[in-house]
Design a protein around this ligand. Structure first.
Ligand code: GAR
Length: 198
């Protein structure tokens, strides 16, 4: 089977992106073809370039909230790079149904909660406020609804007494770095069986 090309979309530091890049070596069924950001200042862009991966930026700001117009530009480098799979890794723009439908069944996202709990932002603070004893992260297929879509993997983290949102986030992020590569390896090989960690 031929290797799949993976485009990774980021907005910030890109630590999940780096863990995905590092995983795609040897007998892995995929290779990175592009790291794309909506933010030219995203720290992850330099990390991707240092790893020898092509990078591109499509800034959302000149589009003044016109999501369709932004996405019409965003899709171009993804197509040009020949991406078979698109991984959202800390990409902080909400995508329209039209964009998502172009990558139906081949776009993944990582979210810092045990979905379906805590869609959206501030997931760690919300888990603490709710008094949850466990928290974690999820990789799912992207569908038009935000933080929805078939689950491809979850990793659980125990909440400790006195946990702060930042402390909890750091432990969840450690799990994200294990979960996303494990899911991508399986997914790229054509297996959508959920990965369970922790
Ligand atoms: C990660 O915790 C990821 O799960 C989260 O942003 C962080 C990005 O970190 N994503 C979302 O909240 C998406 N709604 P990274 O840039 O170091 O990978």
């Amino acid at each position: 089977m031929s290797q799949k090309n993976v485009a990774i979309l980021i907005s910030g530091g890109g630590s999940n992106m780096v863990s995905l890049l590092e995983s795609m070596a040897g007998d892995h069924p995929a290779r990175p073809c592009l790291v794309l950001s909506n933010n030219a200042d995203a720290g992850g862009l330099a990390k991707a370039a240092a790893a020898g991966v092509a990078t591109a930026v499509v800034d959302h700001r000149p589009f003044h909230g016109d999501r369709e117009a932004f996405e019409a530009e965003l899709v171009k480098p993804i197509i040009k790079a020949g991406a078979d799979i698109v991984c959202l890794a800390g990409f902080m723009r909400v995508l329209t149904a039209g964009f998502v439908s172009q990558f139906e069944g081949r776009m993944l996202n990582i979210h810092p909660s045990l979905l379906p709990k805590y869609k959206g932002l501030h997931t760690h603070a919300r888990a603490l406020e709710a008094g949850d004893t466990e928290h974690g992260c999820t990789v799912h297929e992207v569908t038009p609804l935000l933080d929805d879509g078939p689950l491809l993997g979850q990793a659980r983290v125990l909440v400790k007494p006195g946990d702060t949102p930042d402390g909890l986030a750091a432990r969840v992020l450690e799990q994200e770095h294990k979960l996303y590569p494990a899911v991508l390896r399986r997914f790229a090989a054509g297996d959508k069986t959920p990965v369970v960690l922790g």
